[in-house]
Design a binder for this molecule. Structure first.
Ligand SMILES: Cc1cc2nc3c(=O)[nH]c(=O)nc-3n(C[C@H](O)[C@H](O)[C@H](O)COP(=O)(O)OP(=O)(O)OC[C@H]3O[C@@H](n4cnc5c(N)ncnc54)[C@H](O)[C@@H]3O)c2cc1C
Length: 328
């Protein structure tokens, strides 16, 4: 059936396709409303589609993003079906501007699927960042951890199966399933809030596991609204904001000219040491963070690998197989 609704061929290509994330998780774009043109339409409060050139749409989308004129991007919506370990869901659910409906462990049986980190992501506690991981852990330590995880999960699965088998209410049978257990939800958000979510969760400071989900969703946004995605990458994820003290430090080194050029000041210092920066009011941590902002890092392309896309049937079969009935 033909639709009068605006669609994007790149988004249509992946619509309803399931992209694996971690060992048992996934993200699927189940629906979307609008694209970059709708951001423009809303901004101009215009009557109809499409006589404007793509370059004009791009210019406007980028202007809106730079100047934080955000409400036009609330006119675009994306709806996802996602499965993630519960500890990831707990971080994810903090984003309050989504509409969410989670799989009910009170009503339905929980598939007994548990997240097991790969060796390459199994690391020791970071010394500098209390919320992070740092050096790689040894293989023997990893193997011991896997053994312990598997033991706990076998026991939790057995007890869950037993409780359900004894007809104990599902809402109680589930209470000792570990945080590594996968849950699922439908999750819908407008583009403005979604890009905010991605700024926080595709960022290297976010836990690696949720970043894997955010990266897949970013790949989907790229297909729904490529110009908004590009502006987000340029001004948000790949950009940075500077404090007054940081700008003051930069102004001591660089000088904007009236012809638009920026030149190194001839009347200023050759450089600023960490002590100089502390003297203009930056704490030692801010000095480190300032340096990090100026180091330009390569960003991922967020391109989806279509060869990994699965059908809904394949994914639901895997979930069915993991239900406790199939436990021995
Ligand atoms: C790296 C990292 C570490 C974190 N560590 C912790 C932690 O240790 N403990 C912890 O509890 N949380 C932690 N969080 C969660 C964090 O504090 C936020 O709750 C989460 O990122 C959601 O951000 P948000 O409120 O901007 O997003 P959303 O909930 O999606 O809200 C989007 C925006 O809407 C506005 N908004 C929404 N609701 C309200 C409201 N009620 N009042 C005012 N404005 C509102 C705000 O402008 C907000 O930025 C962490 C997050 C990250 C990314």
């Amino acid at each position: 059936m033909e639709t009068k609704r605006p669609t994007t061929p790149e988004a249509e290509e992946i619509l309803g396709g399931y992209f694996p994330v971690l060992d048992h998780g996934f993200v699927a774009l189940v629906d979307y409303m609008g694209s970059d043109e709708d951001v423009e339409r809303a901004a101009r409060v215009s009557y109809g589609y499409g006589t404007r050139k793509r370059s004009a749409t791009r210019g406007l989308v980028r202007y809106l993003r730079r100047h934080r004129h955000t409400t036009p991007s609330e006119m675009v919506e994306l709806k996802f079906h996602c499965a993630m370990p519960m500890f990831v869901a707990r971080q994810w659910i903090r984003h309050r501007t989504a509409s969410v409906n989670e799989y009910s462990g009170r009503y339905s049986l929980m598939p007994l699927l548990f997240y097991r980190p790969e060796l390459e992501h199994f690391a020791l506690q970071s010394g500098s960042n209390r919320q992070g991981r740092e050096a790689a852990a040894s293989q023997p330590l990893y193997e011991e951890a896997v053994d312990r995880w598997e033991r706990t999960r076998r026991e939790a699965s057995r007890d869950y199966g037993w409780l359900v088998g004894e007809d104990v209410a599902r809402e109680l049978a589930r209470i000792d399933l570990p945080l590594s257990t996968y849950t699922q939800w439908y999750w819908k958000m407008d583009l403005h809030n979604l890009l905010h979510f991605l700024s926080l969760r595709a960022d290297p400071h976010a836990q690696w596991e949720i970043r894997e989900f955010a990266g897949t969703m970013a790949g989907m946004v790229k297909r729904v609204a490529p110009l908004s995605f590009e502006a987000w990458l340029d001004y948000d994820l790949g950009g940075a904001s500077f404090s007054r003290a940081e700008l003051g430090a930069l102004a001591r080194l660089l000088e904007p000219e009236s012809d638009g050029a920026i030149r190194v000041r001839t009347d200023g210092p050759e450089g600023l040491s960490a002590e100089d920066l502390e003297q203009v009011g930056l704490s030692s941590r801010e000095v480190r963070e300032f340096g990090a902002k100026l180091r330009s890092e390569d960003l991922p392309s967020f391109e989806l690998d279509l060869s990994r896309m699965r059908t809904a049937e394949e994914v639901s079969e895997k979930m069915e197989e993991a239900l406790p009935d199939s436990l021995e």
